[in-house]
Design a protein around this ligand. Structure first.
Ligand SMILES: [Zn+2]
Length: 243
């Protein structure tokens, strides 16, 4: 089996990306956090892909918004956090921490990462060296702490930090440039952050996507992975909220 990852730039105010995983023989695809149905349908039609599964990381509108329309015309299994069923009533495959399932032989591991929302989950795929992490870990940043506590969020980020360093980080939003500015504010003398901030600026000047990142790169340049306690995490998360 061979797999290819595609991205749809939603070009909305929140700068969402919809990631797709294609099995390249069958052209079957999974769509992750489909903001809008028509973008996924148009992309699949253009590239002759068949939408077979939808994976959701958490209940926020910009992540699940396209699902009702996608399932109006066809039956598609919808995977997502069991803990958020009350917000996502159309889930057909509720998932929790340590659950596993398969897509064309590919094994997907579920890791629960409360913090941004209480039920937030990520999809880790060892065989693809990839994690689809929604709004928990961002390139050089992390999601806002809407529902969880600092202890929960800190623990969740530690779980992601413990994934193999080569793991590619597919998060949902193009927030890297503003995250880089904040990272420089927190660690102005960090050479890796300085270099990456420059790289990110250049990529954005050229209109390029700054994702995926890697766990290794995040460990070096993401202030939220570089804190050593939940208290320290809470402190810089609050700073970032008002940055
Ligand atoms: Zn969110």
């Amino acid at each position: 089996m061979n797999f290819k990852i595609h991205v749809i730039d939603v070009k909305n105010q929140l700068q969402n990306y919809i990631w797709l995983i294609e099995e390249t023989e069958s052209h079957d695809v999974v769509a992750i956090d489909p903001t809008e149905a028509h973008l996924v349908e148009d992309y699949c039609a253009t590239h002759q892909l068949h939408l077979k599964q939808v994976w959701l990381t958490h209940w926020h509108k910009d992540h699940i918004g396209g699902v009702p329309e996608l399932i109006a015309s066809q039956q598609i299994p919808i995977y997502g956090p069991r803990a958020e069923l009350s917000h996502i009533p159309f889930l057909t495959h509720p998932l929790q921490n340590d659950d596993h399932f398969k897509f064309h032989g590919l094994k997907i591991d579920i890791i629960a990462v409360p913090g941004h929302t209480l039920g937030h989950i990520v999809y880790f795929i060892d065989e693809l060296d990839s994690v689809f992490c929604g709004d928990t870990l961002f390139a050089m940043g992390c999601g806002r702490m809407f529902e969880g506590t600092a202890e929960q969020f800190y623990h969740s980020l530690n779980r992601l930090a413990a994934l193999p360093p080569r793991t590619k980080v597919y998060c949902t939003h193009e927030y890297t440039l503003s995250n880089a500015k904040f990272a420089l504010h927190i660690e102005p003398k960090n050479l890796a952050i300085q270099q990456r901030a420059e790289d990110i600026q250049n990529m954005r000047d050229l209109g390029k996507i700054t994702l995926p990142s890697t766990i290794e790169l995040e460990l070096e340049t993401n202030p939220f992975l570089r804190v050593e306690s939940a208290d320290e995490f809470a402190r810089i998360r609050a700073l970032k909220d008002n940055f």
